[in-house]
Ligand binder design. Structure first.
Ligand code: CAA
Length: 260
């Protein structure tokens, strides 16, 4: 099967999915999010697929975020819709898949890219990976679950610092924080993830899918957090800070935020 902006490979029972827009650092536009939804749904429905690895094409980026050019002109309502639809089609969908998904973070995982990695069940990074939620540098907040999943993984204080500073952390620090489980050389990343996927593939798929449901249940007690994120994300689209932040990115200059 062919999917727009994706490449798929099978390695025995382990599927490898590449987000394939390397010229835009694999940024997630609408078409790519829809393609990922369809590809994950098809792989999950195939009993021969026991684990899925997700990575970005090229050596530079896993995914550099949601596609800023696509949403720069959105209204608050359109912004809210973008977050709600993305969460439903991709981020919550991947988290709740029956088949385990390993994010192979082969470079930048920023904004929606880190949010996608955090929606996967396991994360492995290469040494060159840089991880962060830089949305506030654009006048935005994370809108694909980042305000909920980052504190779950690394704790509230570290998550707030990373979100407020719009900073990036290196792979080793991400491992120290518990944001990624393992760090490898870039050239070893796929092999490492394939071995990990192979070990998972030997175990009972029904039990693994039940384990995913059970682990997730403990973290979904506050569904209102995701809804609050969607609403606050939408609010950002009505601000001068958002207009300045996104224009500055597209014009390749530093933003000057007017603020409240
Ligand atoms: N959206 C759209 N285009 C992007 C992009 C993104 N998130 N990230 C990179 N690109 C594009 C660049 O515009 C550039 O395109 P052109 O060659 O056509 O100009 C191309 O990818 C290569 O990028 P750079 O030239 O910027 O590469 P660099 O090596 O100088 O910098 C980078 C790399 C630091 C990752 C930089 O690209 C960057 O800061 N990207 C944006 C990161 C970001 O802010 N992500 C959050 C997006 S908002 C979001 O995700 C919202 C949400 O939660 C829902």
């Amino acid at each position: 099967m062919k999917y727009k902006n994706l490449k798929l490979e099978m390695h025995g029972p382990v599927a490898m999915v590449y987000v394939d827009r390397p010229k835009k650092l694999n940024a997630l536009n609408r078409v790519t999010i829809e393609a990922l939804h369809e590809a994950f749904a098809a792989l999950d429905a195939d009993p021969g697929v026991r684990a899925i690895i997700l990575r970005g094409s090229g050596p530079k980026a896993f995914v550099a975020g949601a596609d800023i050019a696509e949403f720069a002109g959105f209204s608050p309502g359109e912004g809210q819709q973008l977050a709600a639809r993305g969460q439903e089609l991709l981020f919550n969908f991947v988290e709740q898949l029956s088949t385990p998904v390993i994010a192979a973070i082969n470079g930048y995982a920023l904004g929606g890219g880190l949010e996608l990695a955090m929606a996967c069940h396991i994360r492995v990074a290469s040494h060159n990976a840089r991880l962060g939620l830089p949305e506030v540098s654009l006048g935005l907040i994370p809108g694909y679950g980042g305000t909920q999943r980052l504190p779950q993984l690394i704790g509230k204080g570290r998550a707030m610092e990373l979100i407020f500073t719009a900073g990036m952390i290196e792979a080793e620090k991400a491992q120290d924080y518990g944001l990624v489980n393992h760090v490898t050389a870039l050239e070893d990343l796929e092999e490492y993830c394939l071995k990990l996927g192979g070990r998972i593939a030997k175990n009972a798929p029904t039990a693994i899918s039940n384990a995913i449901k059970a682990v997730n249940a403990g973290f979904r007690s506050s569904d209102t957090g995701y809804q609050a994120e969607i609403e606050q994300f939408g609010h950002c689209f009505g601000t001068e800070d958002f207009r300045e932040g996104t224009q500055a990115f597209l014009e390749k200059r530093k933003p000057e935020f007017p603020g409240r």
